[in-house]
Design a binder for this molecule. Sequence first.
Ligand SMILES: Nc1ncnc2c1ncn2[C@@H]1O[C@H](COP(=O)(O)OP(=O)(O)O)[C@@H](O)[C@H]1O
Ligand SMILES: [Mg+2]
Length: 427
Amino acid sequence: MSLMDRVGGVDLHADETEELLDHFRARLLEEINIDEVADLDMPVKRARLERVLSRLLSFEGPVMSTRNRARLIQRIVDDAVGLGVLEPLIADETVTEIMVNGVHDLFVERSGRIERIPSAFRSEEELMQTIDRIVSSVNRRVDESSPMVDARLAGGERVNVIIPPLALDGPTMTIRRFPTPFRMPDLVARRSLPEEASALLGAMVRARFNILVSGGTGTGKTTFLNALSGLIPDRERIITIEDSAELSLQQGHVVRLEARPANTEGKGQVSIRDLVRNSLRMRPDRIVVGEVRGGETLDMLQAMNTGHEGSLTTVHANSAHDALGRLETLASMSDLDLPVDTLRDQINGAIDIIIQLERDSSGVRRVRQIDQVTSQHREQYATAPILRYEQKDDAGAFRAFPLDRAILDRLSWAGETPPPGYGEARS
Ligand SMILES: Nc1ncnc2c1ncn2[C@@H]1O[C@H](COP(=O)(O)OP(=O)(O)O)[C@@H](O)[C@H]1O
Ligand SMILES: [Mg+2]
């Protein structure tokens, strides 16, 4: 589906009637061979269409002002070429991000690299028209009174627009496409983790272990959470809770919730925390929280401890220990003023497994370590490795460690057998 299909109309000017538009749209298509112009560069294509239209209007059109005539032409040409310079970029699956920095600078990101696109917009007017079309397609508007707009298009693309005077160098638009996310087998194929480890995680997810994915910004937490969630059996009722929806689960029974920031009057905020609490009354089998960042952590931990085992979330941290400490800090941000002992008890009870992700110096994203939490009750946090990526000289390799008895027992109660390499109980 082209973005054009999702972009609705712009208000017509008084004497640009729909009829007139329809008529000349049709006439234009009769006069030109669309296939022939399809491969032309956008400016050339536009110029060609404008010429043809201009001639048609002179011979067949009603009398109208130069201004309205120009507007009519622009409108029909816009329709014919869609979103102009953006159209081919949006159609290009390898483009993950489109960045419009004012009229002259247009960049895209392809497989992590930013490239400049030489043919940018011709005028600020053209750029604003394109922005208007995108934004109005989701019933938003951007103008001086609301100079920053976030919108999500029906195809899932996230659009952000910020215009002058806030943006100093002209209207600025960022369109982010979410590529089909990696599933666990894709991550294995990219060597982000070994096959056996993915099998082990599958067994753990089915056996309802509570799993925390930890990593820095851009290490692939959301991606991993998504892949992990993909291992949840299809018959279960899954509730996902996110700040801005990124997860895309394939299961048949998924309820997606998205938090809402306060409006311009500072009202109407619905936090992750509100949603976590609400989700408990929605008969979830699993709660998947995109990322814990604040007081909702406590609610999440309580849920994990009280009948919602098998829940999954991510946290921003640099190691398993760091992640546990971070959970403690975040949980203490809730309005309940719980002593540290109690928090530790909650965390030790809730978190079974921590998956630490990394993005190494060459940009490769992988699992650095998988740990099990071995501390209990109010003990100081203790973890034991299950998998570790070890760097030796230039080469790195994953090393598996045998599972603790307690984990083996839990797996076997759930009818799961650990894959080779993990089965031997550590004393
Ligand atoms: N294992 C991986 N291999 C390659 N690219 C990945 C991997 N995991 C994530 N990515 C890519 O890295 C980027 C950031 O991933 P994301 O999951 O959003 O990170 P985070 O949630 O930690 O900020 C995305 O473009 C994603 O497609
Ligand atoms: Mg993320």
